[in-house]
Design a protein around this ligand. Structure first.
Ligand SMILES: Cc1cc2nc3c(=O)[nH]c(=O)nc-3n(C[C@H](O)[C@H](O)[C@H](O)COP(=O)(O)OP(=O)(O)OC[C@H]3O[C@@H](n4cnc5c(N)ncnc54)[C@H](O)[C@@H]3O)c2cc1C
Length: 508
């Protein structure tokens, strides 16, 4: 980083890489800072291509799209997108189990006490049923229904949010159009050289295969697993979390759609990892994330192909990765966004969220001069927290299991986990309470869904619940459950909603 005395204005940002991360970054910066005169250049190599997976998202992406002015109907039609109300986890704690992590609340809080505490007290009552039945997005998922949420906080239809499932190969080109329309300059070519200032170590320019030299003040490394600037040039270092999350490969393949278009992603646990199923308008995306220490590529591929629900549309593709993150996501004048910064496996669809967070935090801390040591430190502190908290949430799925049918599950069940996660599990076990974070992606309902889904049962409940007598709680629960069921039944069929609201791909 340049010293304060030599600080110069940041006028030129160079983004290297044109995948989801590169085009989201370029489009985001151009939309939010374009009118300041900041020049944004994106360099990408068609010959190298993009990773081409990453199709399931979290609700936060809607905020990103809205902020930068993306039209939802145009976006959904162009990327063959479907709506997503949650993720179904099948066979995780025990074979035969299924639960949904919904994008929304469970029931309604009463007198400041979370709803699940009332349910927890009554859960052995035969009329009460599973907690799932008090979550509108879960009930809607099970019925294959969708409706946009209501803005009226008094309506049960305001208790959920939604995300999208989209075609990864169509998303970056869509964002490219958005970015170019807002002034991003695109250069096609392969970066072959990275030049640094001999004193500060800052990156000054990159050279392309055809000899062009592109200079910049800030560089955003979006080169995916290559980590061309952040690692190959700056040697930032990588913090591996493979002891906790040993899955290090995935095999991916699309297949023909079959059955109704479901408004959720499915993650089915397998012998040495898990399989994803992402329903899009024109096909289903599938993959198998596995640990090469516990199974072979051939066996993983076979397990995937044996469980497809439609005809294969391409040859299966194997991807290798190391779970973890760069020691610094902002190092010198380079910010790593996307897979170049790190990767936590896609179990909770968090990678595109981390891209979005990287862009949002960069915008919040965007420096006006090259004297940005403090901004970089703050950026790294916040992004580290994001990564660590997602890491703990992912480990919970694997660790809180009763499965003992393979070496992989025996390892996951018995391994030592981060203290931060142990504390959370113990608090929940004791009293059903969730230690909420000031900062971090997953909020209380998400933890409740996964803790209970993974069969961590609270032995007690919040004593404040006893202020209502049992009959009153029983009546309240029965009314709410019926209300959820009726509200979900009144929604549209998900596929029909897409076609009757101008969101189908034929509208693009
Ligand atoms: C198996 C798997 C499943 C996933 N599933 C999900 C999911 O469901 N949800 C989710 O949120 N995320 C998911 N992800 C993550 C998601 O795919 C990525 O976060 C997202 O696609 C962003 O990738 P990227 O842009 O960082 O990298 P890439 O798509 O690899 O793009 C890298 C870019 O850099 C360019 N490049 C590289 N080297 C050079 C060079 N020398 N010169 C010029 N250009 C160069 C390439 O051409 C390309 O344009 C998944 C990832 C994997 C591996």
């Amino acid at each position: 980083m340049s010293g304060a005395g030599s600080a110069k204005r940041v006028k030129q940002v160079v983004v290297i890489g044109g995948g989801t991360a590169g085009w989201m970054t370029a489009a985001g910066l151009a939309s939010m800072l374009g009118s300041t005169g900041l020049k944004i250049t994106l360099i990408e190599s068609d010959a190298i291509g993009i990773v081409g997976v990453g199709e399931a998202t979290l609700p936060h992406i809607k905020l990103f799209n809205d902020t930068i002015g993306v039209d939802e109907a145009e976006f959904m039609a162009a990327t063959s997108a479907t709506f997503k109300l949650g993720i179904e986890f099948v066979d995780w704690a025990r074979k035969g189990d299924s639960y949904i992590h919904p994008f929304g609340e469970f029931g309604l809080a009463n007198q400041g006490v979370p709803f699940h505490q009332y349910w927890s007290k009554m859960r052995n009552d035969p009329d009460v049923g599973p907690l799932d039945e008090y979550s509108l997005p879960v009930v809607a998922c099970r019925k294959g229904k969708f409706q946009r949420p209501s803005d009226d906080p008094r309506s049960v239809l305001s208790t959920y949010r939604y995300a999208y499932q989209f075609d990864a190969l169509q998303y970056a080109p869509f964002m490219r159009k958005h970015g170019e329309a807002r002034g991003v300059t695109r250069i096609e070519g392969k970066v072959t050289g990275v030049h640094q200032d001999s004193e500060s170590g800052d990156i000054t320019s990159v050279t392309l295969e055809d000899g062009q030299q592109i200079a910049g003040d800030l560089f955003v490394d979006c080169t995916g697993f290559f980590g061309l600037l952040i690692e190959k040039a700056l040697e930032t270092g990588y913090e591996s979390w493979s002891d906790f999350l040993p899955c290090d490969r995935a095999v991916a393949v699309p297949c023909e759609s079959a059955g109704p278009l479901l408004p959720y992603t499915r993650a089915t646990a397998d012998k040495a990892g898990w399989r994803w199923r992402i329903p899009l308008q024109h096909r289903t995306g599938n993959g198998h994330v596995y640990s090469s220490g516990f199974t072979s590529d051939d066996a993983a591929q076979q397990a995937l192909v044996d469980n497809l629900d439609g005809k294969l549309l391409a040859d299966p593709r194997i991807l290798r990765f190391a779970t973890g993150k760069r020691r610094k996501l902002w190092n010198r004048n380079c910010i790593a966004i996307g897979l170049s910064g790190g990767f936590l496996e896609p179990l909770e669809s968090t990678s595109i969220y981390l891209i979005q967070e990287g862009i949002t935090k960069l915008l919040e801390l965007f420096p006006d001069t090259s004297d940005f040591t403090v901004e970089a430190e703050e950026y790294n502190r916040k992004m580290d927290l994001e990564f660590e908290r997602i890491r703990d949430f992912l480990i919970l799925h694997y660790h809180a299991t009763e499965r003992d049918d393979s070496d992989f599950w025996n390892y996951m069940r018995t391994m030592k986990v981060p203290a931060s996660l142990t504390e959370k599990m113990e608090l929940f076990r004791a009293s059903g309470r969730i230690a909420s974070y000031d900062h971090g992606l997953f909020l209380v309902p998400s933890w409740i869904a996964v803790l209970l889904g993974q069969r961590i049962e609270p032995t007690g409940y919040d004593w404040r619940v006893d202020q209502l007598d049992a009959d009153e709680i029983r009546r309240h629960l029965a009314g709410l459950r019926t209300h959820m069921d009726q509200a979900a039944s009144g929604m549209d069929d998900h596929g029909e909603f897409l076609s009757t609201n101008g969101l189908a791909m034929s509208a693009a």
